[in-house]
Ligand binder design. Structure first.
Ligand SMILES: *Cc1c(COP(=O)(O)O)cnc(C)c1O
Length: 337
Protein backbone atom coordinates (compact mmCIF):
# COMPACT_ATOMS: atom_id res chain seq x y z
CA UNK A 1 0.00 0.00 0.00
CA UNK A 2 1.16 3.53 -0.81
CA UNK A 3 -0.40 5.38 2.09
CA UNK A 4 -0.88 9.11 1.45
CA UNK A 5 -3.59 9.66 4.07
CA UNK A 6 -1.19 11.53 6.33
CA UNK A 7 2.47 11.90 7.25
CA UNK A 8 1.55 10.24 10.56
CA UNK A 9 1.64 6.80 8.90
CA UNK A 10 5.45 6.69 8.68
CA UNK A 11 7.13 3.70 10.31
CA UNK A 12 10.29 4.15 12.36
CA UNK A 13 13.37 3.46 10.19
CA UNK A 14 15.90 0.80 11.16
CA UNK A 15 18.30 3.53 12.29
CA UNK A 16 15.57 5.14 14.42
CA UNK A 17 14.73 1.77 16.00
CA UNK A 18 18.42 1.27 16.77
CA UNK A 19 18.57 4.70 18.43
CA UNK A 20 15.49 3.80 20.48
CA UNK A 21 16.96 0.47 21.55
CA UNK A 22 20.19 2.15 22.65
CA UNK A 23 18.50 4.96 24.64
CA UNK A 24 19.44 5.55 28.26
CA UNK A 25 16.18 5.67 30.22
CA UNK A 26 14.77 6.42 33.67
CA UNK A 27 11.38 7.16 35.19
CA UNK A 28 10.41 10.50 33.62
CA UNK A 29 7.58 11.17 36.09
CA UNK A 30 10.33 11.28 38.73
CA UNK A 31 12.33 13.46 36.34
CA UNK A 32 14.92 10.71 35.89
CA UNK A 33 14.94 10.07 32.14
CA UNK A 34 18.12 11.53 30.63
CA UNK A 35 16.99 11.05 27.02
CA UNK A 36 13.72 12.89 27.61
CA UNK A 37 15.70 15.73 29.19
CA UNK A 38 18.00 15.80 26.18
CA UNK A 39 15.07 16.03 23.77
CA UNK A 40 13.33 18.77 25.77
CA UNK A 41 16.52 20.79 26.16
CA UNK A 42 17.50 20.29 22.54
CA UNK A 43 14.22 21.57 21.13
CA UNK A 44 13.94 24.39 23.68
CA UNK A 45 17.47 25.48 22.72
CA UNK A 46 16.88 25.16 18.99
CA UNK A 47 13.59 27.08 19.08
CA UNK A 48 14.68 29.73 21.60
CA UNK A 49 12.60 28.80 24.64
CA UNK A 50 13.58 28.34 28.28
CA UNK A 51 12.03 24.88 28.62
CA UNK A 52 10.21 22.05 26.90
CA UNK A 53 7.94 19.16 27.88
CA UNK A 54 7.62 15.85 26.04
CA UNK A 55 4.06 14.60 25.59
CA UNK A 56 2.38 11.63 23.95
CA UNK A 57 0.52 13.64 21.31
CA UNK A 58 0.06 17.01 19.68
CA UNK A 59 -3.52 17.06 20.89
CA UNK A 60 -2.32 16.84 24.47
CA UNK A 61 0.43 19.42 23.91
CA UNK A 62 -2.09 21.93 22.53
CA UNK A 63 -4.62 21.21 25.26
CA UNK A 64 -1.99 21.61 27.97
CA UNK A 65 -0.89 24.92 26.42
CA UNK A 66 -4.50 26.17 26.42
CA UNK A 67 -4.92 25.05 30.04
CA UNK A 68 -1.76 26.96 30.97
CA UNK A 69 -2.82 30.18 29.23
CA UNK A 70 -6.53 30.19 30.07
CA UNK A 71 -8.61 29.69 33.21
CA UNK A 72 -12.16 28.41 33.44
CA UNK A 73 -14.43 31.00 31.78
CA UNK A 74 -11.67 32.43 29.60
CA UNK A 75 -11.73 32.20 25.82
CA UNK A 76 -9.22 31.85 23.04
CA UNK A 77 -9.32 33.13 19.47
CA UNK A 78 -8.73 30.35 16.97
CA UNK A 79 -9.31 29.63 13.28
CA UNK A 80 -12.52 27.77 12.59
CA UNK A 81 -10.55 25.24 10.51
CA UNK A 82 -7.73 25.02 13.05
CA UNK A 83 -6.70 21.68 14.48
CA UNK A 84 -7.07 22.75 18.12
CA UNK A 85 -10.61 23.92 17.48
CA UNK A 86 -11.94 21.39 15.01
CA UNK A 87 -9.92 18.19 15.28
CA UNK A 88 -9.18 17.77 18.97
CA UNK A 89 -12.57 16.71 20.25
CA UNK A 90 -13.39 20.12 21.68
CA UNK A 91 -10.93 19.39 24.50
CA UNK A 92 -10.43 23.02 25.52
CA UNK A 93 -14.17 23.38 26.16
CA UNK A 94 -14.74 19.86 27.53
CA UNK A 95 -11.74 19.60 29.83
CA UNK A 96 -10.72 23.22 30.37
CA UNK A 97 -14.03 25.12 30.40
CA UNK A 98 -12.27 27.37 27.89
CA UNK A 99 -14.57 28.87 25.29
CA UNK A 100 -13.24 28.87 21.75
CA UNK A 101 -14.00 31.95 19.66
CA UNK A 102 -13.65 30.62 16.11
CA UNK A 103 -12.53 33.07 13.41
CA UNK A 104 -13.07 32.53 9.67
CA UNK A 105 -9.58 32.18 8.16
CA UNK A 106 -8.37 33.88 5.00
CA UNK A 107 -7.33 31.58 2.14
CA UNK A 108 -3.70 31.64 3.29
CA UNK A 109 -4.64 30.48 6.80
CA UNK A 110 -4.17 33.85 8.45
CA UNK A 111 -6.89 35.13 10.78
CA UNK A 112 -7.60 38.69 9.62
CA UNK A 113 -6.66 41.26 12.27
CA UNK A 114 -9.96 43.19 11.98
CA UNK A 115 -11.89 39.97 12.66
CA UNK A 116 -9.64 39.21 15.61
CA UNK A 117 -10.02 42.72 17.00
CA UNK A 118 -13.80 42.54 16.65
CA UNK A 119 -13.86 39.25 18.59
CA UNK A 120 -12.04 40.53 21.68
CA UNK A 121 -14.64 40.93 24.43
CA UNK A 122 -14.85 43.96 26.70
CA UNK A 123 -14.17 43.42 30.40
CA UNK A 124 -17.81 42.93 31.37
CA UNK A 125 -19.60 40.16 33.28
CA UNK A 126 -21.62 39.33 30.17
CA UNK A 127 -18.57 37.99 28.38
CA UNK A 128 -15.94 35.35 28.63
CA UNK A 129 -12.47 36.83 29.21
CA UNK A 130 -10.48 36.84 25.96
CA UNK A 131 -7.00 35.62 26.89
CA UNK A 132 -5.21 33.93 24.02
CA UNK A 133 -4.68 33.89 20.27
CA UNK A 134 -3.81 30.47 18.80
CA UNK A 135 -2.31 30.19 15.31
CA UNK A 136 -1.25 27.14 13.29
CA UNK A 137 1.82 26.77 11.02
CA UNK A 138 1.73 25.02 8.66
CA UNK A 139 -2.05 25.24 8.23
CA UNK A 140 -3.41 22.55 5.89
CA UNK A 141 0.12 22.46 4.52
CA UNK A 142 0.35 26.22 3.98
CA UNK A 143 3.16 28.24 5.47
CA UNK A 144 1.69 31.25 7.30
CA UNK A 145 3.17 34.52 6.01
CA UNK A 146 5.73 35.48 8.66
CA UNK A 147 4.92 39.19 8.35
CA UNK A 148 1.36 38.32 9.26
CA UNK A 149 2.49 36.20 12.21
CA UNK A 150 4.59 39.07 13.55
CA UNK A 151 1.76 41.58 13.12
CA UNK A 152 -0.81 39.26 14.72
CA UNK A 153 1.43 38.52 17.69
CA UNK A 154 2.24 42.21 18.18
CA UNK A 155 -1.46 43.05 18.02
CA UNK A 156 -2.31 40.27 20.48
CA UNK A 157 0.27 41.56 22.96
CA UNK A 158 -1.05 45.10 22.58
CA UNK A 159 -4.48 43.96 23.76
CA UNK A 160 -3.12 41.76 26.53
CA UNK A 161 -3.45 38.32 24.88
CA UNK A 162 -0.91 35.53 25.02
CA UNK A 163 -0.01 33.80 21.74
CA UNK A 164 0.26 30.05 21.15
CA UNK A 165 1.44 28.31 17.99
CA UNK A 166 0.24 24.88 16.98
CA UNK A 167 3.48 24.09 15.19
CA UNK A 168 2.72 20.42 14.54
CA UNK A 169 4.51 20.86 11.19
CA UNK A 170 6.71 23.84 12.12
CA UNK A 171 9.75 22.18 10.51
CA UNK A 172 7.88 21.77 7.21
CA UNK A 173 7.24 25.52 7.34
CA UNK A 174 10.88 26.24 8.13
CA UNK A 175 12.27 24.01 5.37
CA UNK A 176 9.77 25.23 2.77
CA UNK A 177 10.28 28.93 3.54
CA UNK A 178 14.02 28.66 4.27
CA UNK A 179 13.42 30.59 7.48
CA UNK A 180 14.88 29.02 10.64
CA UNK A 181 12.25 27.33 12.83
CA UNK A 182 13.58 29.48 15.66
CA UNK A 183 12.57 32.63 13.76
CA UNK A 184 9.12 31.22 13.00
CA UNK A 185 8.67 30.38 16.70
CA UNK A 186 10.01 33.67 18.07
CA UNK A 187 6.73 35.64 18.21
CA UNK A 188 5.01 33.06 20.44
CA UNK A 189 4.69 32.45 24.18
CA UNK A 190 4.32 28.72 23.58
CA UNK A 191 4.78 26.37 20.64
CA UNK A 192 3.82 22.71 20.19
CA UNK A 193 5.81 20.61 17.73
CA UNK A 194 4.91 17.09 16.51
CA UNK A 195 7.66 14.52 16.12
CA UNK A 196 5.24 11.91 14.76
CA UNK A 197 4.25 13.66 11.51
CA UNK A 198 6.76 14.28 8.73
CA UNK A 199 9.65 13.86 11.14
CA UNK A 200 8.83 10.17 11.28
CA UNK A 201 8.91 9.35 15.00
CA UNK A 202 6.30 6.82 16.16
CA UNK A 203 4.97 8.96 19.03
CA UNK A 204 5.40 12.32 20.61
CA UNK A 205 5.12 16.08 20.68
CA UNK A 206 7.01 18.71 22.62
CA UNK A 207 5.56 21.87 24.14
CA UNK A 208 7.99 24.80 24.43
CA UNK A 209 7.59 27.83 26.63
CA UNK A 210 8.92 29.76 29.63
CA UNK A 211 10.11 27.89 32.72
CA UNK A 212 6.92 28.90 34.55
CA UNK A 213 4.65 27.79 31.74
CA UNK A 214 6.38 24.43 31.45
CA UNK A 215 6.20 23.91 35.23
CA UNK A 216 2.43 24.45 35.04
CA UNK A 217 2.28 22.24 31.94
CA UNK A 218 3.95 19.39 33.83
CA UNK A 219 1.08 19.37 36.34
CA UNK A 220 -1.56 19.42 33.59
CA UNK A 221 0.23 16.67 31.68
CA UNK A 222 0.16 14.44 34.76
CA UNK A 223 -3.53 15.21 35.32
CA UNK A 224 -4.35 14.31 31.72
CA UNK A 225 -2.56 10.98 32.02
CA UNK A 226 0.41 12.03 29.94
CA UNK A 227 3.10 11.37 32.53
CA UNK A 228 5.16 8.58 30.99
CA UNK A 229 7.82 6.44 32.63
CA UNK A 230 10.76 5.13 30.56
CA UNK A 231 9.77 7.47 27.74
CA UNK A 232 13.40 7.97 26.77
CA UNK A 233 12.75 5.14 24.29
CA UNK A 234 10.32 7.46 22.51
CA UNK A 235 12.36 10.61 23.04
CA UNK A 236 15.31 8.86 21.37
CA UNK A 237 13.19 8.48 18.25
CA UNK A 238 12.45 12.21 18.40
CA UNK A 239 16.13 13.11 18.79
CA UNK A 240 16.99 10.85 15.86
CA UNK A 241 14.28 12.55 13.80
CA UNK A 242 15.64 16.02 14.62
CA UNK A 243 19.13 14.92 13.58
CA UNK A 244 18.20 13.07 10.39
CA UNK A 245 14.70 13.91 9.17
CA UNK A 246 14.42 17.70 9.12
CA UNK A 247 16.39 18.68 6.01
CA UNK A 248 14.90 15.79 4.06
CA UNK A 249 11.40 17.32 4.41
CA UNK A 250 12.41 19.20 1.25
CA UNK A 251 12.16 15.86 -0.59
CA UNK A 252 8.56 15.44 0.59
CA UNK A 253 7.78 18.96 -0.62
CA UNK A 254 9.35 18.29 -4.02
CA UNK A 255 7.38 15.04 -4.32
CA UNK A 256 4.12 16.81 -3.44
CA UNK A 257 4.86 19.28 -6.22
CA UNK A 258 5.58 16.46 -8.65
CA UNK A 259 2.42 14.65 -7.58
CA UNK A 260 0.33 17.79 -8.09
CA UNK A 261 1.79 18.32 -11.57
CA UNK A 262 1.21 14.66 -12.49
CA UNK A 263 -2.36 14.67 -11.25
CA UNK A 264 -3.12 17.90 -13.11
CA UNK A 265 -1.65 16.31 -16.23
CA UNK A 266 -3.96 13.33 -15.68
CA UNK A 267 -6.92 15.74 -15.81
CA UNK A 268 -7.60 16.02 -12.09
CA UNK A 269 -8.73 19.35 -10.60
CA UNK A 270 -5.78 20.13 -8.34
CA UNK A 271 -6.84 22.79 -5.85
CA UNK A 272 -3.34 23.35 -4.59
CA UNK A 273 -0.20 21.84 -3.17
CA UNK A 274 1.46 23.24 -0.11
CA UNK A 275 4.61 21.80 1.53
CA UNK A 276 3.87 18.05 1.69
CA UNK A 277 0.14 18.16 0.93
CA UNK A 278 -1.83 18.01 -2.31
CA UNK A 279 -5.55 18.79 -2.41
CA UNK A 280 -7.73 17.66 -5.29
CA UNK A 281 -11.36 18.29 -6.08
CA UNK A 282 -13.42 15.25 -6.98
CA UNK A 283 -17.20 15.51 -7.51
CA UNK A 284 -18.93 14.16 -4.39
CA UNK A 285 -20.78 11.57 -6.50
CA UNK A 286 -17.43 10.03 -7.53
CA UNK A 287 -15.73 9.94 -4.14
CA UNK A 288 -16.83 6.40 -3.28
CA UNK A 289 -15.69 5.13 -6.67
CA UNK A 290 -12.35 6.92 -6.24
CA UNK A 291 -11.84 5.38 -2.82
CA UNK A 292 -12.51 1.88 -4.22
CA UNK A 293 -10.31 2.47 -7.26
CA UNK A 294 -7.41 3.71 -5.15
CA UNK A 295 -7.73 0.84 -2.68
CA UNK A 296 -7.71 -1.67 -5.54
CA UNK A 297 -4.65 0.08 -6.99
CA UNK A 298 -2.80 -0.05 -3.67
CA UNK A 299 -3.15 3.63 -2.83
CA UNK A 300 -4.70 5.35 0.17
CA UNK A 301 -5.70 9.03 0.45
CA UNK A 302 -7.76 11.07 2.89
CA UNK A 303 -11.25 10.95 1.44
CA UNK A 304 -14.31 12.32 3.17
CA UNK A 305 -12.46 13.81 6.12
CA UNK A 306 -11.95 17.23 4.54
CA UNK A 307 -14.19 18.82 1.88
CA UNK A 308 -11.48 17.89 -0.62
CA UNK A 309 -9.32 14.81 -1.16
CA UNK A 310 -5.93 15.15 0.51
CA UNK A 311 -2.72 13.33 -0.40
CA UNK A 312 0.29 13.72 1.87
CA UNK A 313 3.89 12.85 1.03
CA UNK A 314 6.28 11.59 3.67
CA UNK A 315 9.36 9.56 4.58
CA UNK A 316 7.92 6.26 3.34
CA UNK A 317 6.94 7.56 -0.13
CA UNK A 318 9.60 7.56 -2.87
CA UNK A 319 9.58 8.77 -6.47
CA UNK A 320 8.42 5.40 -7.78
CA UNK A 321 5.43 5.55 -5.42
CA UNK A 322 4.52 9.01 -6.72
CA UNK A 323 4.64 7.71 -10.32
CA UNK A 324 2.45 4.79 -9.34
CA UNK A 325 -0.14 7.04 -7.68
CA UNK A 326 -0.29 9.26 -10.77
CA UNK A 327 -0.84 6.19 -12.98
CA UNK A 328 -3.60 4.82 -10.73
CA UNK A 329 -5.40 8.17 -10.74
CA UNK A 330 -4.88 8.52 -14.50
CA UNK A 331 -6.68 5.19 -14.97
CA UNK A 332 -9.53 6.43 -12.80
CA UNK A 333 -9.84 9.58 -14.89
CA UNK A 334 -9.74 7.55 -18.12
CA UNK A 335 -12.61 5.36 -16.86
CA UNK A 336 -14.75 8.42 -16.19
CA UNK A 337 -18.35 7.85 -17.25
C1 LIG B 1 -1.57 16.16 13.95
C2 LIG B 1 -1.82 17.54 14.40
C3 LIG B 1 -2.03 17.84 15.74
C4 LIG B 1 -2.21 16.79 16.80
O1 LIG B 1 -1.31 15.80 16.86
P1 LIG B 1 -1.67 14.33 17.39
O2 LIG B 1 -0.32 13.87 17.78
O3 LIG B 1 -2.26 13.61 16.24
O4 LIG B 1 -2.59 14.47 18.54
C5 LIG B 1 -2.17 19.16 16.09
N1 LIG B 1 -2.16 20.12 15.17
C6 LIG B 1 -1.97 19.88 13.86
C7 LIG B 1 -1.95 21.01 12.91
C8 LIG B 1 -1.81 18.58 13.44
O5 LIG B 1 -1.63 18.34 12.14
Amino acid sequence: MIDLRSDTVTRPTAAMRAAMAAAAVGDDVYGDDPTVHRLEERLAGDLGFAAGLFMPSGTQANLVALLCHCQRGDEYLVGMEAHTYKYEGGGAAVLGSIQPQPIVPAADGSLPLPALAAAVKPDDPHFARTRLLALENTWHGRVLPQDYVQDAAAWARSVGLAVHLDGARLFNAAVASRVPARTLAAPFDSVSVCLSKGLGAPVGSVLLGSADLIAAARRWRKMLGGGMRQSGLLAAAGLHALDHHVERLAEDHARAQRLAAGLADAGVAVLGHHTNMVFIDVPPARLQALARHLEAGGVRASIGYLPTVRLVTHLDVDDAAIDRVIEVVRAFQAARP
